[in-house]
Design a binder for this molecule. Structure first.
Ligand code: C2E
Ligand code: MG
Ligand code: MG
Ligand code: MG
Length: 285
């Protein structure tokens, strides 16, 4: 098949692009049944305190065990779920599972090191009128206090957000839930805008961590991170860093004053029992 590209030029069809489009279409139409059949599962990646390396909690990261394609990462299907609106029930499912998991860790771990749970929220969920009530119900059913939950919203989702979009986030923040600004530094952030947002955590994007690969790191990058951390702290925001892959990065970021870290250096995302073990080893020394 050759497509006319206007004039007398011809463009050969790209079979790989066609295959990708077919897969995308197939994935999109099978999403609702996948949710009903229980094909989604969640991996947890520890959030580690940079000062004493203790595990403080975990981020929930959803995966799809597809019967034909195997395990698919969220980048493959979250955009499709957002497009069709399935993200609302899927996101609710992720929240419910994660909060229950946090409850279970607490029961097994005792109250000595209560693990917190971070859950990603898509902008579509923010627009959904049931968000606040659903969240309240889920926490109550699981018997988990709001302070144990952190909802992550990407910086790009909140750029230029009007009051209608911020209202549910404010309500959640007033209840004691932490709101984190995810992938911070990738958007065209207006730093003064930060004061307007009901956020209590900045999650510094992996691109900053990557620039800490060399030791000592590029002095300009160091200055930028130092500036962000000091601004964040002056606004009473905690700073979490993503994508820490080496001890050198962890050390640089600790020196720069970052509070919490997440990345392969500590642990890859994994099953809930793995997180429990990491936290226990940690608590018992
Ligand atoms: P994110 O929230 O920024 O999550 C961090 C991503 O970085 C995860 O990718 C994680 O596996 C990866 N990562 C962690 N440590 C390292 C590291 O040291 N090096 C590198 N190279 N990568 C690291 P993942 O699991 O593929 O998730 C991708 C994105 O999908 C997430 O980015 C988040 O935006 C979205 N996502 C995941 N789960 C959900 C969900 O339940 N709901 C929504 N709306 N989005 C989700
Ligand atoms: Mg996140
Ligand atoms: Mg992130
Ligand atoms: Mg990121």
């Amino acid at each position: 098949r050759a497509k006319s590209a206007g004039g007398n030029r011809f463009e050969l069809a790209d079979p790989e692009a066609d295959a990708r489009a077919i897969t995308r279409h197939g994935l999109t139409t099978s999403l609702p049944a996948a949710l009903e059949r229980g094909e989604f599962f969640i991996e947890y990646q520890p959030l580690v305190h940079l000062g004493d390396s203790s595990v403080r909690g975990a981020e929930a990261l959803v995966r799809w065990l597809h019967p034909q394609h195997g395990v698919l990462g969220p980048d493959r299907f979250i955009p499709l779920a957002e497009h069709t609106g399935l993200i609302v029930p899927l996101g609710r499912w992720v929240l419910e599972q994660s909060v229950r998991q946090a409850r279970e860790w607490r029961e097994r771990n005792g109250d000595t090191s209560p693990l917190r749970i971070n859950v990603n929220l898509s902008p579509c969920q923010l627009n959904h009128p049931g968000l606040v009530q659903d969240t309240v119900d889920i926490l109550e059913r699981a018997g988990v206090e709001p302070e144990a939950l952190c909802l992550e919203v990407t910086e790009s989702a909140l750029i230029g957000a009007d009051d209608d979009l911020l209202k549910p986030l404010r309500r959640l923040a007033e209840m004691g839930i932490d709101i984190a600004l995810d992938d911070f530094g990738t958007g065209y952030s207006n730093l003064a805008n930060l004061r307007r947002l009901p956020v209590s955590v900045l999650k510094l994007d992996r691109s900053f961590t990557q620039s800490m690969q060399q030791f000592p790191a590029d002095p300009v990058d160091l200055k930028i991170v130092e500036g962000i951390v000091s601004l964040a702290h002056s606004l009473d925001l905690a700073v979490t860093v993503e994508g820490v892959e080496t001890g050198a990065q962890a050390e640089q970021l600790r020196i720069l004053g970052c509070d919490t870290a997440q990345g392969w250096y500590y642990a890859r995302p994994g099953p809930p029992d793995r997180l429990h073990e990491l936290a226990l080893v940690d608590a018992t020394g």
